[in-house]
Ligand binder design. Structure first.
Ligand SMILES: [Zn+2]
Length: 157
């Protein structure tokens, strides 16, 4: 019986072994494929368990993307939406940073609220009770109101 060593952990393993007994690394193409299939099945179960009916049509290749696993496929972002999203983050963080540097002024707190309001995760959180995301136009409006009020306080005080 010939012995070889695992390419991953160097443990001596039987030449006919398909998986390393030490670290479980597949030792040939076939075993690697088998492991791959197993992982994909597990991933599918996770997705199925979280309530997203599979409903797969004609025998697909069984590809599981990160989107399937993490359930983000439902929200396909168009280019315009991504632009909105990026803009919201930049504007939100910039506003928060400015507010933090001026935090001794009461107006800064309104700027802070505005910055938080326009950040995309906030839209999602506020949208939870109604089962979706808050309209970005509404959040942008909220942002403008907070910022204008905050700026007004800066001038008044
Ligand atoms: Zn090994």
């Amino acid at each position: 019986m010939r012995m070889k060593s695992c390419p991953r952990c160097e443990a001596p393993i039987d030449d006919s072994a398909r998986f390393c007994s030490q670290c479980g690394a597949p030792q040939n193409e076939e075993a690697a494929e088998e492991l791959d299939q197993y992982v994909k099945r597990q991933a599918k179960q996770v997705v199925g368990g979280s309530g997203g009916g599979s409903g797969a049509g004609g025998g697909g290749s069984g590809d599981v993307t990160a989107a399937d696993v993490f359930g983000v496929a439902a929200e396909e972002l168009t280019e315009r939406e991504q632009l909105w999203r990026r803009g919201s983050y930049v504007l939100g963080y910039a506003t928060i940073v400015v507010a933090l540097t001026q935090i001794t002024n009461p107006g800064a707190w309104l700027l802070l609220l505005g910055g938080i309001a326009i950040l995309p995760p906030t839209r999602r959180l506020l949208g939870l009770p109604v089962g979706g995301t808050f309209k970005r136009e509404a959040m942008a409006g909220l942002y403008v109101v907070f910022v204008v009020l905050g700026a007004a306080l800066f001038f008044v005080l």
